[in-house]
Design a protein around this ligand. Sequence first.
Ligand code: 13P
Length: 251
Amino acid sequence: MSNRTPIIAGNWKMYKTMAEAAAYVNEFLGLVADASGVEIVLCPSYTSLAEVRRLTAGSNVKVAAQNMHFEAEGAFTGEVSPPMLKEIGIDDVILGHSERREYYNENDGDLARKVVVALESGFRPILCCGETDDEREVGNTEAKLEGQLVNGLAGIEASRLPSIVIAYEPIWAIGTGKTATPQIAQETSSFIRGTLAQKFGDAAEQVRILYGGSVKPGNVDELMAERDIDGALVGGASLAAADFARIVNFQ
Ligand code: 13P
């Protein structure tokens, strides 16, 4: 870890009804009330966003959306726009999660637009990247990540880079219980920072790089001890308030 303030974000994906989300928040706020020196972010699904935002108002917990369209409005059935999220007080947004890339065909071109619009609209984008098992096996991890970063950040100037968070989520570690070793997660995060430095210079030192992929109470401490890992994007283990609180209170 470094002097970059860590971010621990819980991505609930398509879990929790609004009633379940509210019960979780009521329990969770007490468990993390004393947490300091860490940014805590919950990422509920759209139907719970406004309620979770309302319940966390004035607390040390922020709320992020899991996706966002790049247009302010239009004929895009099923999508949600930046002004809609702003209206309910959302400041952070996950962009380019591997599940969105895989199941909804989001590509780097869409994401480049989303990142620019997110910043222009006052959001902090959490841009995800990561390689598949096959890509790692054949030695394509670096090329894949470099492509995702360079293309996804194509419209960004160096001065804006510190407002962007990168989440490194190796696809083979998501929901599989197969966490990247701290060494692999560190090496890859260091590669990501180096790639950002090549394109943007010193601003890369200020970027928070989160690790995601089977982060749990039992492995968060060793991951967070690594130099270039500035936080975690947690899926499954963020669904239980006590587990996620333990992750937030990493040592
Ligand atoms: P898991 O923590 O369930 O592996 O999910 C990681 C993830 O995709 C977070 O965005």
